[in-house]
Design a protein around this ligand. Structure first.
Ligand SMILES: NC(=O)c1ccc[n+]([C@@H]2O[C@H](COP(=O)([O-])OP(=O)(O)OC[C@H]3O[C@@H](n4cnc5c(N)ncnc54)[C@H](O)[C@@H]3O)[C@@H](O)[C@H]2O)c1
Length: 413
């Protein structure tokens, strides 16, 4: 078997997943080429401009200067790699179904350059069977002739952007190889960058576990959002109810209500599961229902916010504070705040936004002065957001983040 001692790694996709992986591998002594099909991104990376918050420009610069890292668009770099990992997006298409085109394209581009005895790992999230039935057949068709032996594994990424505690190194990593040799070499690779690789029996177990992890969150958030509407009818503070339930020392995990779910994982991955279930002539009704509840949550939020305005205005000035999909990131992809914005606009209101992490959102600039609003909706509690200026103007605030429970003028969801 090709030795891992040479430690040449290619990471395909240099985004929220691929770049932290590349930096963790550099730390562990690997020489890494970060491949990306975006020339603009590659140029920025090679100029030590990090596109993700978790990797600083200084870290990137040090990796480049040490000659242990470079970014490239050239898939020929794969020829000298012992390990190739695919970290490209797996979003939904317009019908809200799995869109594997990036994964398929990346695999197709890599296949002709895979040297004998290279390990190819998919870290991208997808439904069970993706490695076996999508990735491997593409490699088999597009690899150059005369190449004999390749190893394949799945190791779903668990990165949590802006998390100060859990990172590539200390987050246990599931690893499932397609056969025993693949498994062994994949475990070897992940042992070099991660404290605790966890062996599972097949790639499908790893793929399914990743969907379970994220579906677990979607369903529980859906449940708590449903409770939020019910307790509102009863005049109860849902956050007080959750905190009360949380005092039970076993069998309960607290989830908090919000505008909905955001990011490229929680709103997306469970739909890979529901699609897969339908494809298997089955269904996942609980997941479908949770998805629907979360998708409708912005209407409840809008009603609650409009209720805070003293006069019944048809064209209220509304400020959305925090528009990224979660605190600490600038990423607005799949942000549930977009549903709230669009809904309020269809009701005829003037909707503005501000987020200290976001310069432009869907082509629109933030508001320059936070004055004269009828109501403010704190959608995401970004670090750096200060409510004092708003509250001093007596503008009512709806806090959807349960962050300011004791402030006068602030109402919690
Ligand atoms: N972002 C997260 O928090 C997170 C967490 C766990 C798992 N994941 C999963 O990891 C995977 C990657 O997500 P991400 O957030 O890093 O995406 P991203 O959009 O941040 O980065 C993906 C990168 O891949 C590049 N790319 C796209 N197609 C390519 C191709 N054919 N060849 C080369 N490069 C290509 C893009 O230009 C981009 O730079 C997805 O499956 C996602 O579901 C993401």
């Amino acid at each position: 078997m090709r030795s891992l001692s040479q430690r040449n790694l290619v990471v395909i996709g240099q985004g929220y997943v691929g770049l932290p992986l590349a930096m963790a591998a550099v730390d562990a002594g690997w020489t890494v080429v970060g491949l990306d099909n975006s020339e603009k991104r590659v140029e920025a990376l090679n100029s030590a401009k990090s596109p993700v918050e978790d990797i600083s420009n200084t870290t990137l610069e040090a990796a480049i200067k040490s000659k242990k890292y470079k970014a490239s668009t050239d898939f020929k770099n794969i020829e000298s790699a012992q390990v190739v990992t695919i970290c490209v997006p797996t979003p939904l298409n317009d019908q809200r179904q799995p869109d594997l085109s990036a994964l398929q394209n990346a695999t197709m581009s890599a296949a002709p350059f895979l040297a004998d005895e290279t390990l190819l790992v998919s870290e991208s999230t997808s439904y069970p069977g993706t490695l076996r039935n999508v990735v491997i057949p593409i490699v088999e068709i597009h690899r150059s002739s005369g190449k004999k032996n390749l190893f394949f594994a799945v190791a779903p990424e668990r990165v949590n952007p802006a998390d100060q505690k859990w990172n590539q190194k200390n987050t246990p990593r599931l690893v499932g190889g397609i056969d025993s040799q693949s498994h062994e070499i994949a475990m070897d690779f992940y042992s070099s960058i991660c404290d605790k690789p966890v062996a599972v029996s097949t790639p499908e177990v790893a793929e399914a576990a990743k969907l379970l992890e994220n579906t677990f969150r979607l369903v529980n958030i859906g449940l708590v959002n449903e409770f939020t509407k019910l307790w509102d009818i009863a005049g109860l503070d849902v956050n007080e109810v959750i905190s009360a339930a949380e005092t039970k020392p076993y069998g309960f995990l607290p989830f908090r209500p919000g505008i909905g779910v955001g990011g490229h994982c929680i709103p997306v991955d469970p739909l890979y599961l529901t699609w897969w279930a339908r494809n298997m002539n089955s269904s996942a009704p609980m997941v479908e229902m949770a998805d629907q509840i979360n998708l409708e949550m912005h209407k409840f939020v809008a009603t609650k916010a409009l209720f805070l305005i003293k006069e019944n205005k048809t064209n209220a000035r509304i400020l959305l504070l925090g528009v990224a999909y979660k605190p600490g990131v600038s990423d607005t992809r799949e942000t549930p705040v977009a549903h709230l914005r669009d809904y309020l606009k269809t009701l005829g209101h003037d909707v503005q936004w501000f987020d200290p992490f976001v310069d432009v959102w869907d082509g629109v600039s933030p508001v320059s002065q936070i004055t004269g609003f009828d109501v403010v909706i704190l959608a995401v509690n970004q670090p750096g957001i200060d409510l004092s200026q708003i509250l001093s103007q007596k503008i009512p605030v709806l806090d959807c983040t349960n962050s300011h429970t004791n402030l006068d003028g602030v109402t919690s969801l």
